[in-house]
Each structure stands twice: as C-alpha cells, then as structure tokens.
Design a protein around this ligand. Sequence first.
Ligand code: PAF
Length: 279
Amino acid sequence: MKIISSIDELRDQLRGQLRTAFVPTMGNLHEGHLSLMRLARKHGDPVVASIFVNRLQFGPNEDFDKYPRTFQADVDKLEKEGVYVLFAPTEKDLYPEPQEFRVRPPDDLGNTLEGEFRPGFFTGVTTIVLKLFSCVQPRVAVFGKKDYQQLMIVRNMSKQFALPTEIIAAETYRADDGLALSSRNGYLSADERSEAPLLFKTLNQVADEVRSGHLDTSELEKKAMAQLAARGWKPDYISIRRRADLQPPSAGDLAQKVELVVLAAAKLGVTRLIDNLEI
Ligand code: PAF
C-alpha cells in the first residue's frame, strides 16, 4: 500500500484510473470501516482510503483534539484489506491556505437532526468530502448508513453538482449486542459500554410500535427519550422521519405508509452516540 500525503503525488499515482473506489475516514479504524473497504472492492478497483481528522466539521467544544489518532494500527489494517493507496494528508497539505470556499447543504436537510445539535457540522463534512473527491476523483465512494444524514447529504451533493462519483451505502456494522461500531465507542467506560446497546434496543422498540400501527410519532419519540433519560442518558433527539428527505412525516404520509427511518443521538456520560434504524 502506498501512503501519500501530497495532492500532486496522489494525482500522479492515480492518473488513468477510471474505476477507483474511495472510502474517506477519520482513522481509528474498526471492523465497521473495514467492511466499507470490502464493499468498495466489490464496486471498483483500485481501492483508495483516506485518513484525515477534519477540523472543519468539529464545533469549538467538540472532541477534535482528543479524537483518537492511531495511524500505524490503521495502516496495518488497511494493508491487510489490500487497499492500494492511503491518502493521509496533513492539514497543510489539504488546507495550504485557509479554506474560505465552503459547501453549505440546504437548510432543511443540513440544519435538522445532527445539524441542529452540531451547527456547521455538515458544511464541514461536505466541504472536505468535495475536496477529497476532487483529489481522488473516484468512480464510487462508500459511506456507512450509521451516519444516515451524512450519507444522504453527500449523495444529494454529488447529484446536484453532477459529480462523476456514485455514492454507495454500506449497512451499519454492529457488535453482537447491537451497538453500532464507532470510533467514539472507545470513550465509553466498561459500565457505559454495557449500557450502550440500549440505544439500538430503543430504536427497535420505536420501529416495532410504528410497524404495529402506533402512528402518534411524537408520543413514541417522547416515550423513547424519557426511557433513555430515566437511565441517565441525555438524549438530543429520537426522531421518526421520512427516509426520502429526513423530514417529519405528515399524517397522510403515515397513512400511506411512506418509508420511514428513526434516528437518535444521545449522550452517555461524556460520549455522544448516534444510531438509526429503517422502519
Ligand atoms: O464519516 C466520517 O468519518 C467523516 O465525516 C468523513 C466522511 C470522513 C469526512 O471527514
């Protein structure tokens, strides 16, 4: 595997490649990321991964400084997956001058759910993703469904800018007890780790209630948040949305059984976990 940090070198290395499959990451790789690499391999060749902890998508009080950086362990894992190039730029490589041009997602999609609780987050994500796409010029790029809203925003961005990159969705990779794998799970204490699967269990309960015909979505959301809060969690939201645009479903939508997804974000101790489940 070639490890490349400069944009020019990356372009030289990938010149003429028409089927590149790309997996952008912020490192601290776990099985979930590796499953993205395997999916990428099915959709293209060569597979290119990136590791870059993107300052633009962190709020001033978020965990940019303490975000886990495990470069050598990540390299070993990617080597085993047969990744052809790891693009691992420094901040200077990627932002040689301040990044003044930004990509701002539309308000209805970018300022709801994660965007409401993490202002500016999606502008940070879309700006770096567009820049990484411009560096790698992939045919396909793989994003996990765990970051459901991110996946939709990146997909819509790619479509609206007519980028030549198809966005592939990868299923969420879960531990045996249901917890979605995430680099931030590493912040959990042992007790919190055994409590953490409750988030996915709660999503399943909500989904089961909707499937069995309970259509007062706001009551279901409130009940689920209260259940988490009673066990010491601090939920930001549990929200039932239309899959198509992540907006709240109307009574008509519910009657017509439009496709739904329930999304959640909640803090357990100092760790903020997110998850979702298609209903
Ligand atoms: O999902 C992530 O790890 C990040 O948001 C991404 C897509 C690599 C952009 O920094």
